[in-house]
Design a protein around this ligand. Structure first.
Ligand SMILES: [Zn+2]
Length: 142
């Protein structure tokens, strides 16, 4: 399986956290796209959680389709699917594993219980494993 180290530029990371806050107390969901060879995220696509739930998410097919079309145009791929856990630790749930996007797409979870804690995982049918990842400092003069 083709695993990579996920590199998230700080601006995109901040946008993802802001998205989680905006949807709170509901779960947010979205995609991080980029180049698989270097694991570098180049774009973030917020998706609509059609479950509008505090404990689960289901991506709206239309927002997913629009994101995929843009990725094709940009020649990028899905590197990670992110979602938030508004009231629990950023540990994958059984449902997160069962409904994972793919084994070689990372799962980013923003835990919001007490403090904001982000963790990244590789998911399989019934298991998960912590992934290597890093926030890249690229912001300048802001
Ligand atoms: Zn979850």
């Amino acid at each position: 399986m083709n695993r990579f180290r996920l590199l998230i530029p700080d601006r995109l990371f901040d946008e993802m956290i802001a998205h989680a806050h905006r949807e709170y107390p509901l779960e947010c969901c979205g995609l991080l796209a980029g180049l698989r060879e270097d694991g570098l995220v180049t774009a973030r696509y917020p998706l609509v959680n059609i479950r509008a739930s505090e404990t689960e998410f289901l991506s709206d097919p239309q927002s997913m389709f629009a994101a995929m079309r843009q990725m094709r145009a940009d020649d990028t791929m899905i590197l990670a699917v992110y979602h938030s856990h508004p009231s629990s630790e950023p540990i994958p749930s059984r449902k997160d594993c069962e409904q994972r996007y793919a084994d070689d797409v990372a799962c980013v979870i923003v835990g919001m219980k007490e403090v904001i804690t982000t963790r990244v995982w590789w998911l399989s049918e019934a298991n998960y494993q912590e992934a290597e990842w890093q926030i890249l400092n690229v912001k300048r003069g802001e």
